[in-house]
Design a protein around this ligand. Structure first.
Ligand code: UN1
Length: 490
């Protein structure tokens, strides 16, 4: 079993605490690694290294930065299978999905490498003669990243690659449940030629290490993916220092099924949206809003299909649903199931912790019906395999229910009617809307993020990704040789 120190200034560096924590396979409960916990002093050291790294990296021409990112994409591709297997061991989701997670990291690396020869500013006109106006992008400096466990390599890559191509250096704390894939990603970037100090890794609890990153005055921006509560705290702390912060928080994503939907297609989409990744995606559908005319047939078929899903170790080929990540998530899911029952929702299937012959954290795919849109289980993000069915009688009502949430990340509608589809695009308050497709499956060249409690207006991936990690400078170049006053001289 490997023990990891902190990665500072290109070296594995002993932490100044004596403490470490274990990385555990949530299906088998085997220990797969142990990691040293950083102290505040170690975060300081990481920031000092990142400041030195920033000097070198920000002066490296963007196409050269991009060459390293592109090379890293190639190494990720070569090692895709090995990384996917490691991810299934560390995080639990099935191999097909962990292969997808690694593929998403490859995709963002390839896409972002192209930015090395773009990083476009704008040139524009001036209201005065002999004056040239343009914008240029500048790196921000040292950026702090705090990432979740559900996409152990894709989400770190979404943040790291654009931040790097834009010329920033990084201090990062990956989730304590899944640090290994971030470590592998950083090792691959180093192998591809990233200079020491440009990316530094510290490990440990958010309460200590995450906090130290958020509070460090030399860290000029924070990029965080995680819960709404933590996001709010980070935003208010960053506000005190006038620090830029980009947040990608929770979801309570609705999937609408209209009475004219292709039911076979919708059923497949619901199963994948709700129980893929054991429901542990920000984009998972947790509220199915179904038209009353098809409700009975839909519900009966959905329950049959759900009961056929096979739980177990994601490394095994016939497994559909892996474990949940840890004990506290398991308890949280169980707690919400109890709340659902108490509030009067009807449990159709699931609802229990189970043991599919393994000691890990398994929870049955669970469906509640007769769910009122205001019930706790229809309002709070459970982040597990728990689905609420809500019945409606019209598109207007469906959209109203869809919007009755504090979140706004993903959404979907199944319909054959183009008017209903366009109404959904126009009226659902979310950062992403799918038509006749699941709520999960965002591609890296489109912006990812949401409205309301899901975020603070930033978008990851797509063309906006480099903007998350850049400052825009407006440049006025006056070649008239005389004083020209904007708004005054005509
Ligand atoms: C997340 O759930 O935090 O669209 C990210 C998707 C994936 C990314 C999900 N490509 O579900």
């Amino acid at each position: 079993m490997q023990e990891y120190k902190l990665f500072i200034d290109g070296e594995w560096t002993e932490s100044s605490t004596e403490d470490s924590f274990d990385d555990i396979n949530p299906a088998t409960m085997e220990k797969i690694a142990s990691l040293q916990i950083a102290a505040i002093d170690d975060v300081d050291k990481a920031v000092e290294a990142a400041l030195r790294g920033f000097k070198i990296w920000s002066e490296t021409p963007p196409p050269k930065r991009a060459e390293i990112i592109f090379k890293a994409a190639g190494i990720l591709e070569e090692r895709k299978e090995e990384l996917a297997r490691l991810m299934t061991e560390e995080m639990g989701k099935v191999l097909d999905e962990t292969r997808g997670d690694v593929q998403e990291a490859i995709d963002i690396a390839v896409y972002t490498a192209g930015e090395g020869r773009r990083l476009f500013g704008e040139t524009t006109t001036s209201e005065l003669k002999d004056k040239f106006c343009m914008t240029v992008l500048r790196p921000i400096g040292v950026v702090g990243m705090i990432t979740p466990w559900n996409f152990p390599i894709a989400i770190p890559a979404w943040k790291i690659m654009p931040a790097l191509v834009a010329g920033n250096s990084i201090v990062m704390k990956p989730a304590s449940d899944t640090p290994l894939l971030t470590i592998k990603l950083v090792e691959i970037l180093m192998e591809a030629g990233l200079p020491p100090g440009v990316i530094n890794l510290v490990f440990g609890p958010g309460q200590i290490v995450g906090k130290a990153i958020v509070h460090h005055p030399e860290i000029k921006a924070i990029s965080f993916t995680g819960s709404l509560e933590t996001g709010k705290w980070i935003m208010s702390e960053c506000g005190k220092q006038m620090k830029r912060v980009s947040l990608e928080l929770g979801g309570k994503n609705p999937l609408i099924i209209m009475d004219d939907a292709d039911l076979d297609l919708a059923l497949e989409g619901v199963l994948w949206s709700a129980f893929g990744t054991t429901g542990q995606r920000c984009t998972a559908a947790s509220r199915i809003i179904v038209h009353e005319k098809i409700k009975d047939e839909f519900t009966q078929r959905l329950v049959e299909m759900t009961e056929k899903l096979k739980l177990g170790d994601g490394l095994m080929p016939d497994i559909d649903v892996g474990p949940v990540i840890n004990k506290s998530q398991l308890n949280k899911i169980q707690k919400y199931v109890e709340i659902g029952k108490q509030e009067g929702a009807r449990l159709l299937t699931g609802g229990n912790v189970v043991n599919p012959g393994l000691p890990g954290y398994f929870f049955e795919p669970t469906i509640f019906t007769d769910v009122d849109p205001d019930m706790t289980i229809a309002q709070e993000e459970i982040f597990g395999p728990v689905l609420c069915l809500i019945t409606v009688s019209s598109l207007e009502e469906a959209i109203e229910v869809a919007n009755n949430t504090r979140y706004g990340l993903s959404s979907s509608i199944y319909t054959k009617d183009i008017t209903s589809a366009f109404k959904a695009i126009e009226k659902i308050d979310s950062g992403i809307t799918y038509i006749n497709a699941p709520t999960i499956g965002a591609e890296v060249h489109l912006p990812f993020g949401g409205v309301k409690g899901t975020g603070n207006g930033f978008r990851e991936a797509g063309t906006d990704a480099v903007k998350e990690f850049s400052d825009i400078k407006a440049v006025y170049f006056d070649y008239s040789g005389k004083l020209q006053r904007a708004q005054i001289d005509q």
